[in-house]
Write a protein that binds this ligand. Structure first.
Ligand code: ADP
Length: 550
């Protein structure tokens, strides 16, 4: 027997329409590329989004067309999120930090018809110009007064919108209609596209507040440092309006002092981003001896939040939670809020609980697959590759059958490439990315665990552990570190410091000091680049010394 309930298609534009009706006084504060702070309500945002949809229609954009963006976090980028999807086209966000080769690959592969770019990216576009697809139209996200001289023909965003009606007959789209496209960062091979739908996006947006219950309350302010140009800024462009929160958009300035100033001025309650950004803010908090006014909640994801970072923010009274997910998962896959029993737990217990990636989110199923290909028990001990299934997980890569074949198992589960354990309560511990694990003598060592232990030494400001080849053990761990001050601890001192938590054979064989760690296009430490830079490296035992290049 069928239920007798209405079936309304889930539509992205409805989230903004809802915000405009229910939370009209909330909206978006943007630190603009033009240098000033700009404010607009959700009512104004909806009206401008309607103007944009009219302009796109006038430019010939049809349903299913890809409309690309190369832009920082700001209100115009958010208008593109809603306007493009709302009219039935696909908003293709491009990560400007990718290499020229990858950018060109993505633009051609996606078949973009239009590209909207921030002023910052004019030189980048000029560099790409000779190889851009013919017929790609370009729009600069600024007003007439700020339009630059360019070597390409470009339209002006504000001129496009001016004069258009501020109401649009939003079509009722089937909920499986494609709405957004985001390519993975492609650490190996070409980037791969995740093509989101209205349904997957709305379901994900509804799920995010349940995953981070401490962060959401109407009238509060949330700062996505996680970019709109990658992984949908973890769903915040949708979830913030839906839950009545004002978005504070940082634009291009993501260093500690700039973030501190913006957060203080706007009384940001909750801030979201990758650990490298929060290391910068922490340095500023420590320099000032206080947190920005009103700041109480930090969501860290994209890579494991180092234990010392969690401890430091918590010591300043900021509640820290982790988010785990992937581009292919829209992206959030876990629930990071601790149950109330931890409110009165010892600080160690609280911190330990926060060092895991959180509990499985509703709608995302987990399967841990061992080396033998068999599902492992969720007992907190058994380790294997995590496979996932759910309504906001991709069912294939955009126009890429080969990558699709490689990513899914016979039962249709998506392989994350993360090596994990899951406990009986559904808590996920990311042991490592499969390609970052150190495999030594038939056993494996988690680079994340080693990094956490090394980072708790006061002489180390940042570090990464990479596996280096060894003829007998296969691989051995090497610690690459940035010193916290002038006095550099020796390898022996670091090993002693770490020995409490590890067996001797698990400790790093060498210590290499560097000025800073290379980052990926998404702001994470790039172990791939470190490994590339260490091509030809020989372990101390093999070169006949005791290690410690200090
Ligand atoms: P890319 O790193 O290429 O930008 P994603 O943003 O999709 O791609 O990254 C997804 C990966 O990031 C996950 O598979 C996982 O390895 C890692 N990751 C994300 N969040 C966490 C977390 N909280 N702890 C540990 N690893 C994480």
């Amino acid at each position: 027997m069928q239920g007798q309930m209405m079936h309304r298609p889930l539509q992205i534009i409805d989230m903004l329409r809802y915000a405009a009706q229910a939370f009209g006084q909330e909206g978006i504060v943007s630190a603009r590329v033009e240098g000033d702070l700009h404010r607009q309500s959700y009512v104004q945002t909806l009206a401008r989004t309607a103007k944009l949809a009219h302009a796109l229609t006038r430019l010939g954009v049809a349903r299913g067309d890809r409309v690309a963006t190369l832009a920082w976090n700001g209100y115009r980028h958010l208008e593109l999120y809603y306007g493009v999807a709302g009219m039935g086209a696909v908003c293709h966000t491009i990560n400007p930090r990718l290499s020229h080769e990858q950018l060109l690959y993505i633009i051609h592969h996606a078949g973009d018809r239009l590209l909207f770019l921030d002023l910052t990216f004019v030189p980048l576009l000029e560099a790409l110009l000779p190889d851009l697809p013919e017929g790609l139209r370009l729009v600069i996200l600024t007003d007439r007064a700020h339009m630059p001289e360019t070597r390409f023909e470009a339209l002006c965003y504000e001129e496009l919108l001016a004069g258009e009606p501020d109401d649009f007959p939003w079509p009722e789209l089937p909920e499986d209609t494609a709405s957004g496209l985001c390519y993975t960062s492609g650490t190996t091979g070409n980037p791969k596209g995740a093509l989101y739908s209205h349904r997957s996006t709305v379901l994900h947006a509804l799920q995010v507040p349940l995953c981070q219950t401490a962060s959401f309350r109407a009238g509060r302010r949330v700062l996505p440092v996680v970019p709109l140009f990658h992984v949908n800024a973890w769903g915040l462009p949708y979830t913030a309006p839906l839950s009545g929160m004002t978005l504070v958009m940082p634009g291009p300035n993501l260093d500690g002092p700039s973030l501190f100033r913006l957060m203080e001025g706007e009384e940001v309650f909750s801030a979201w981003g990758v650990p490298t950004v929060w290391a910068g803010l922490l340095a500023e908090i420590e320099a000032q001896g206080r947190v920005p006014r009103g700041f109480a909640d930090l969501v860290v994801g994209g890579s494991a939040a180092p234990r010392v970072m969690i401890e430091a923010y918590e010591a300043h009274g900021v509640n820290v939670s982790q988010a785990w997910g992937m581009t292919e998962m829209s992206p959030i896959g876990t629930h990071g809020t601790l149950p109330p029993r931890y409110d009165h737990a010892s600080p160690e217990e609280r911190i330990a609980a926060k060092c895991c990636a959180g509990r499985r989110a509703f709608g995302v199923e987990f399967k841990v697959v061992g080396d033998d290909g068999r599902p492992q028990p969720h007992d907190g001990e058994a380790v294997g590759e995590l496979y996932v299934r759910g309504n906001s997980v991709i069912s294939g890569y955009f126009k890429n059958e080969e990558a699709t074949r490689a990513a899914f198992d016979d039962e249709g589960w998506f392989g994350t490439g993360d090596v994990v354990s899951v406990d009986a309560e559904g808590r996920l511990v990311i042991r490592d990315r499969a390609k970052d694990l150190v495999k030594s003598g038939g056993e494996w060592i988690s680079s994340i665990d080693l990094e956490n232990a090394a980072l708790s030494h006061p002489g180390i400001a940042a570090c990464a552990v990479v596996a280096m080849p060894h003829p007998k053990w296969d691989e051995r761990p090497v610690l690459v570190a940035v010193a916290a001050g002038d006095a550099r601890p020796t390898l022996a001192e670091i090993r002693d410091h770490m020995a409490e938590h590890f067996a001797q054979w698990q400790l790093p064989d060498d210590l290499i000091w560097v000025e800073d760690l290379p980052l990926t296009a998404t702001g994470k430490v790039s172990k791939l680049t470190i490994r590339e830079r260490m091509a030809g490296y020989v372990l101390p035992e093999l070169r006949g010394d005791r290690g410690d290049s200090a």
